[in-house]
Design a protein around this ligand. Sequence first.
Ligand SMILES: C[S@@+](CC[C@H](N)C(=O)[O-])C[C@H]1O[C@@H](n2cnc3c(N)ncnc32)[C@H](O)[C@@H]1O
Length: 204
Amino acid sequence: MQDSSQIPKIIPQCFSETTENILSNLEVTRENFWNLDRECANFLNMLVKINNSKRVLEIGTSNGYSGIWILKALEETKGKLTTIEFWEKRQSVARKNFKLCSPNSVVEAKIGSAFIILEDLAQEIENNEREKFDFIFIDANKKEYVKYFSLVDKILAKNGIILADNIISHYEKVKDYVDTLFNRNDYQSQILELGSGMILSRKS
Ligand SMILES: C[S@@+](CC[C@H](N)C(=O)[O-])C[C@H]1O[C@@H](n2cnc3c(N)ncnc32)[C@H](O)[C@@H]1O
C-alpha cells in the first residue's frame, strides 16, 4: 500500500488569470483568515456541481476564498450564493473578490450573527418568501455548529447537502454536531479526512 502523503495532490489551475491571481494571493494569507485549503475548496466546488445545487448557503464568508470556489460552481449550475459573516470588513473584501472573479454572479451577502440570520432565513422560508437551500456549507463558530443545525435542518431541502469543516481539527468543539448527525436516520453522513476534516451529510 502506497503511503498517501507521497502521492501528489494535483489541483488544477482551472480558472481565468484574474481568478487564479486572486486565489493565489488569498492562499498566501489563508492562516490569518482561516480559509479552506485548495484541495477542500476544489472538493466543495465539485460537490455543488455534482448536486446541481442552485441555492447555496455559506455560514462563515471570511474574505471570500471558499465563496469564490462556490460561485465558480454556481456559474455552471446557474445558482445563487447566500453567505453570512459577522465581520463587516472581512465581508466587504469578500464582496470585492466575488465581483472580480465572478462578475455576473448573484450573491446575497449577509452581515451579522449566524444564528440570528439563520432564524430570519427560516422565517422567510416559512412565510414562502424564499425557497429552501439545496446546499449548506458550515464554516463559522465551531462551538455553535449544533445550534446552527437546529435551523439548518429547517431550511435545507429534501436531498440537500450539508458540508461542515474543521471536524477533525476541532473535534471536541463539534462532537455534539457530529453525534447529532449520526443519530439522525433521515441524514446519511460521512467524515472525510480532507484538510482539517469535513463531515458530509445528505438529507433524505
Ligand atoms: C473559518 S472562517 C471562514 C472561512 C471561509 N469559509 C473560507 O474558507 O474562505 C470563519 C468565519 O466565520 C466568521 N464567524 C465566526 N462566528 C460567526 C458567527 N457566529 N456569525 C457569523 N460569522 C461568524 C468569522 O469571522 C470568520 O471570518
